[in-house]
Structures are given as C-alpha cells and as structure tokens.
Design a protein around this ligand. Sequence first.
Ligand code: BDR
Ligand code: CA
Length: 313
Amino acid sequence: MSARKIIIDTDPGQDDAVAILLALASPDELDLLGITCVAGNVPLELTSKNARITCEAAGKTDVPVYAGSNAPLSRPLITAEHVHGQTGLDGPELWEPQMPLAEGHGVDFIIGTLRREAPGTVTLCTLGPLTNIAAAFNRAPDIIERVQEVVMMGGAYFEVGNITPAAEFNIYVDPEAAEIVFRSGAPTTVMPLDVTHKVLATKPRVETIRALNTRVGHFTAEMLDFFERFDVEKYGSEGGPLHDPCVIAWLLKPELFSGRGVNVEVETRSDLTLGMTVADWWGVTDRAPNALFIGDADADGFFNLLTERLARL
Ligand code: BDR
Ligand code: CA
C-alpha cells in the first residue's frame, strides 16, 4: 500500500515536535506533504521556527514548512508559555534553523494541495488551534469534500478542560475555527484529553527514549523532561500527557485506540464555558454524529511504537 498523504498543521510545542518526529520517522506509511504552522502555544514566529528546528533535529530538511495564521479568526491570541516555556520548545539547547520557511502562506498551501491531489487522498493532522484549517475551508469550500480525514488533537468530554475548567487549549484559542471544522462534514477523528491524559511520558518511558543515545533520542527526552513538569505538578500524575503524537500514532496503528462516533458541538458564546466540546458520548440527543471521539489507548503500545520509530531517525 502506498504511503498516506498528510499535512501536519501545528503550533510546536514539545508534544507537537514529538508528533512531527513520529511522522518523519514513518515514511513507509506517511507521506508528509508539508507542515503548516499556526499561532497557539507561542506566537507564529516561534511555532514556525520550532517546526524547522524539529525537522533539522531529524535530519529531514526537505519537508516544506509554511507559516500560516498569526492569530485566531476573530479573537486575540492566547498562548501557553506557562506550559511550554518562552521558546515553546524549552528543554533541549535550541539553535537558529538553517532551513528557510517555504514561500507562501500555509492556508494557500492547504488549499492548493487539496485541489491538486486526488479527492479523498489527503489527511489533515491538526495539532494546534484550528485557525488555518477553518480559514482554508472558509475561503475554498470546494476542498472540504476532498479531505480524506481530519485527525485532530483537541477537546475533551470526561476530562473537561485544561486551559480553563471547561475547555481544552486548542479549541479554546479559536473556538469559531473549531466549530467550522466540526460542522464542515469532513470525516473527523478527535484525540481529546480523555485519551491523551492516559498517554503519560513517565520517567521510565522517557529514559527508554534517552537510552536510544541518538541526537533525536536526546532531543526528545530533553523536551519531555521540561514538558512533564507542568502537568505533573498540576495533576499529580506520573508524567506529562503526550497529546499531539496520538494523532500520528492513530494513523500508524489505529488498533492502539478505541472510541465512539458521536456528535461534537463547540461552545462559542458563553464566557464561562467558551471552547467547551460538548460531545454526545451517551447519545442523549438526536444530533447526528460528526466525529469519531477517541476515549482509550494502549499507552505501553503507544510508547513502544514511538520509541521504535524514533530509533529510526
Ligand atoms: C494541546 O495544547 C497544547 O498545549 C499542546 O501542544 C496540545 O496540542 C493540549 O491541550
Ligand atoms: Ca499542539
């Protein structure tokens, strides 16, 4: 079978960087057409720099990295330096990337790629606020039916929220964009906090990655050393949740995950619950399912996959 074509839309972020590495390490299964950056964890200037640093760490500098939207569709940007550090990628010693940004805007790249490739052959992997994807769908509605699948890290039902008591960060930053994607009709799979909070970068798992003793192994372990601090302190868990790599792991080994096809709506009006993903997990409404909402994962299987793939870089 030929490799599945994907675009990664991202706001690196240590966990975004690990997701990018996992994809770069899996060329037999995934054909990474390009990376589009969005403002989120840190401003666009940094996310588009961090994506290139990540590609360089992997020695894969031929993937085009585009800068996309620098702010949500209709709100001021909210960032998360308190989780990811001032650079967004705190942990390893960082460098100025040599790789240039690809010419053009990330949204134009998404539109152009979906129009160029055969219908139903390009998957959008979204690891940050959904601004770029919604902007592309707004500007070029013809591309929506050409999308094979949107695989998104975002939202929560049982875990409710992380940036507010009611909302997960990626959805909260641009709830209008998330609503556009959920209502678009594009086949959508969601990795909410409900599953990512079960995929913890515990000390032994991070040490196994460090023990690869490669550039990527050290780079990843140092990012995770930093990343786990915030959530471990907050939740008292054994490690930080490795949110975004779940998106790529789903494409590589869907059997590691389980979930339900449900309706998901996004709260865009209430100040108190802005960005909440109201998932009809129990089927108590007659709203039609619009997403496969993942709830569980084989965390050991996930980390075995991640470690085995990182070893290839
Ligand atoms: C999401 O928010 C960001 O901080 C992470 O990179 C992840 O995409 C988790 O809520
Ligand atoms: Ca992210």
